[in-house]
Design a protein. Sequence first.
Length: 93
Amino acid sequence: MIVVDMDGNMIDGPPGTSPCYEVKMHSCILRERPDVQSVVHVHPRYTILMGLLGVTLRPMCNEGRDIVRNELPLYPHSKLILSEEDGVGVANA
């Protein structure tokens, strides 16, 4: 885990590591959405596939039903989120 400030400057983390390129996605979500308390950034293979296919995610077990009770919004682009503008676009989605 790497800790950065809202501008993407590394505050803490294991030696030899660096911040994620898409730190703007995280910082914009946290700034634009005060109801969000944390951002987890992962790339699960089948979730990516379903998103690219435009398939709505549905819970497959009781543990997941509260997470995806409502349809999850999708950001309509498959690009790196490197700019403030793109980060705000993700936050708005």
